[in-house]
Design a protein around this ligand. Structure first.
Ligand code: ASP
Length: 323
């Protein structure tokens, strides 16, 4: 069994992250690892482990997913999420949803209980209601920090309004990325992957990134690997990033780490950056990024947690008892 998680990649360095914040992120990642590990340990499925880990991060205000998601231009949170089952290549996704407490559960419901792969907006919300998922007031997702980030982004946008197209840097919140994702391998040898995000601060026009796009932000196939991505979504879509990683493993025989690096190079070649977590059916995994940091962690059979935020090796930590 193995679980690998990320909480977003970006400009994350020691100079910007206080020791307290670092401890908060480490604790949140540890709870997510513990929740997913508990599922795998008792023989649960990789899909359920991915959901358990992502739900913890969605409910944490620290990450840009669920509670604590970034705001769009209109001052609303619009969530995107997806999940894929490597045993069947079943997949589900929701995009631009605003009232579903845990978007990853809505993605799961689409996979399990609809003939479709992707539902958006009001339709996805109606489906989630029918499925009995928890619906919340949009205020549930709001944090003051994210609100301030929107005001800053709006101010920056005014400066660049003369241009036809805003440069990416004008509206992305570079040091506060925090898309979340998980990949898992269960006792039955099945892989699964999931990703959840609030997208980009100050996004407009119903913009949807890579996170809910199967093959871009998320991919799982027992014959190759499970993958979750974070980064400049447009470039991850244009690189079919998660699927590219999988096919480099399956068809080109690359290791998870080499396949991730080769894919990040493809993303970089068109001006993007970010990170990838990758896990194969033998338990070999990689947590790769071409940004200064990525919130990340993993746990295997022995129950020891490994967590990293900046570049360099992950640190061993003991996991809390799962709730
Ligand atoms: N990939 C996400 C998106 O484009 C953002 C991120 O990972 O920071 O919506």
């Amino acid at each position: 069994i193995r679980l690998v998680i990320h909480g977003g990649a970006g400009t994350i360095d020691r100079a910007r992250l206080s020791a307290e914040r670092e401890a908060e992120y480490t604790a949140a990642l540890a709870i997510a690892l513990a929740a997913g590990h508990a599922v795998l340990e008792r023989g649960g499925s990789s899909v359920d482990a991915v959901i358990a880990a992502i739900t913890v991060m969605e409910d944490s205000p620290l990450f840009n997913a669920g509670r604590g998601a970034v705001f769009n231009h209109e001052g609303r949170n619009e969530h995107d999420a997806s999940i894929m089952d490597g045993a069947t290549r079943g997949a589900g996704a929701v995009a631009a949803v605003g009232v579903i407490r845990n978007p990853i559960r809505a993605a799961e419901a689409v996979m399990r209980h609809s003939p479709h792969v992707m539902l958006t907006g009001a339709g996805a919300e109606a489906f989630a209601r029918e499925q009995g998922l928890e619906i919340v007031d949009p205020a549930w997702f709001r944090t003051e920090e994210r609100w301030r980030q929107l005001q800053k982004a709006i101010a920056a946008q005014r400066i660049v309004r003369d241009h036809d197209a805003l440069p990416e840097s004008a509206y992305r919140d570079d040091d506060k990325r925090g898309t979340v994702g998980a990949v898992a391998l269960d006792r039955h040898g099945n892989l699964a992957a999931g990703t959840s995000t609030g997208g980009l601060t100050n996004k407009r026009y119903g913009r949807i990134g890579d996170s809910p796009v199967i093959g871009a932000g998320t991919w799982a196939d027992n014959r190759s690997v499970a993958v979750s991505a974070t980064g400049t979504g447009e470039m991850f879509i244009r690189s079919a990033a998660s699927h590219t990683v999988a096919e480099l493993v399956r068809l080109a025989g690359k290791t998870p780490a080499d396949a991730a690096d080769a894919t990040l190079a493809e993303v970089a070649a068109i001006g993007g950056d970010g990170g990838l977590i990758v896990l194969d059916a033998s338990g070999e995994y990689a947590m790769r990024f071409n940004t200064s940091g990525m919130y990340r962690g993993t746990v295997g059979e022995d129950g020891a947690g490994w967590i990293g935020i900046f570049g360099g090796p992950e640190r061993r930590i003991s996991l809390p008892v799962a709730p």
